[in-house]
Write a protein that binds this ligand. Structure first.
Ligand code: AMP
Ligand code: ZN
Length: 387
């Protein structure tokens, strides 16, 4: 006779990680910013609160760009001071110390990374708390999920990660599953904006940002004629047109020769400067979008969510151009982190570390930093500990 099995046989023991409220110290020192954030993970069902974030940026105005050895010294000098200040100010010391440390392990400048990472290892030993060595680009990619506790944007989604050091279009299908669809073969878009801006007489620590400010103040010049010709990269030559790659270096040489030809290297007045800045900005942005559209077409992608993150990602014109040109291709939801979360920051490192930690990942203390760590090789790097 058929015997009904008792329900107890079918009792499933759910292995839910024992995660309760915990507090996080996050450190980012991959380039010229030293940034420290405290996050309170009150509960795993709601976004963590950002208790405090402090940042010290190397001043590179006179040097005309980030000098790696100056950035290394800046980070090594600043990081301990910032950590001490912020934990003392919030009383996160003694028995009240943080429960988890998340720190950028790479990619970035070795001299800069070491400053933060060695301190993180030291604190992890002293406090006897786990460490998560975070991929910097994963931080940029996941940060829009912070406000929604990882609910949005949901996998799969497409990202444009565009900063002073990186420019890539990525397809993400899971926390550790990322395919780089388009990457730069030379310099990053932010670097190109900074170099071009300097050529036309814009100054500051982040020239791309200053150029956007200048353009917003001179909106009436947008699209007006100026005797200046510059072409979108990789569109002249038939073969390169269909290559999934970015290239910005040739754009700078084009710009220099155009400037030299028409104006002997000088931009004569503010009107012309604004008109040329507009051409530079839109052409660089169009290059990025042209290749995203090509990737969608060649890979026959059907993705409805799109993230734009990294310093350049805070540019309003870029956001408008992305919405205008990707909506007809089926993208319905755009995620643009607020500007302070676009540029390098420790909040994004803390959030990426939280996502990894709650999936069971921490990092061995016998590890070091790494200059190159592609997003599609997150787990290939040594030192992961999986619960
Ligand atoms: P990151 O490397 O992510 O810290 O970003 C820094 C880069 O982003 C620099 O090249 C900046 O010039 C650039 N950047 C920051 N804000 C903007 C903006 N609003 N528009 C264009 N570029 C920007
Ligand atoms: Zn960055």
């Amino acid at each position: 006779m058929f015997q009904r099995r008792t329900s107890s046989i079918f009792k499933v023991v759910l292995r839910v990680p024992q995660i309760r409220r915990y507090r996080v110290l996050a450190i980012e020192t991959s380039c010229d910013d030293t940034c420290v954030t405290l996050l309170d993970r009150h509960t795993v069902t709601a976004p963590p609160s950002v208790v405090d974030e402090r940042k010290l940026t190397l001043n590179s105005v006179e040097a005309g760009g980030v000098v790696p050895k100056d950035a290394a010294l800046h980070n090594r000098k600043s990081v301990s001071v910032l950590v001490k200040e912020v934990i003392e100010d919030h009383g996160w010391i003694g028995n009240n110390r943080p429960d988890l440390i998340c720190c950028t392990r790479g990619p970035g400048m070795i001299g800069s990374l070491v400053g933060g990472y060695q301190l993180a290892i030291g604190l992890s030993i002293a406090w006897n708390v786990p460490l998560v060595g975070v991929n910097h680009m994963l931080g940029h990619l996941l940060v829009p999920r912070l406000a929604t506790n990882g609910e949005e944007p949901k996998f799969p989604f497409l990202s444009l990660l565009v900063s002073g050091g990186h420019t890539m279009c990525v397809l993400s299908t899971g926390l550790m599953d990322h395919e780089i669809l388009v990457n730069t073969i030379d310099i990053a878009a932010g670097d190109a904006l900074d170099k071009c801006g300097r050529e036309i007489g814009i100054s500051g620590n982040m020239i791309g940002k200053e150029m956007e400010k200048f353009l917003i103040e001179n909106k009436e010049q947008w699209g007006k004629f100026v005797e200046f010709d510059i072409k979108e990269p990789m569109q002249n030559n038939g073969e390169r047109k269909n290559v999934l790659a970015y290239s910005f270096a040739s754009f700078i040489s084009q710009l220099k020769s155009s400037l030299g030809k028409y104006h002997n290297g000088e931009v004569q007045n503010e009107e012309n400067k604004a008109r040329i800045a507009y051409i530079i900005q839109t052409t660089i942005f169009q290059h990025m979008i042209t290749k995203i559209k090509l990737a969608i077409k060649l890979k026959n992608l059907k993705v409805d969510s799109f993230v734009c993150s990294g310093g350049v990602g805070s540019n309003l014109q870029l956001r408008e151009m992305l919405k205008e040109q990707l909506t007809p291709l089926g993208v319905e939801k755009f995620y643009f982190p607020e500007p302070r979360l676009c540029t390098d920051n420790a909040t994004m490192i803390g959030w990426a570390g939280i996502e990894l930690f709650e999936q069971g990942y921490t990092t061995n203390l016998g590890t070091s930093v790494i200059r190159k760590w592609p997003l599609d090789e997150i787990l290939e790097l040594d030192g992961w500990i999986k619960r």
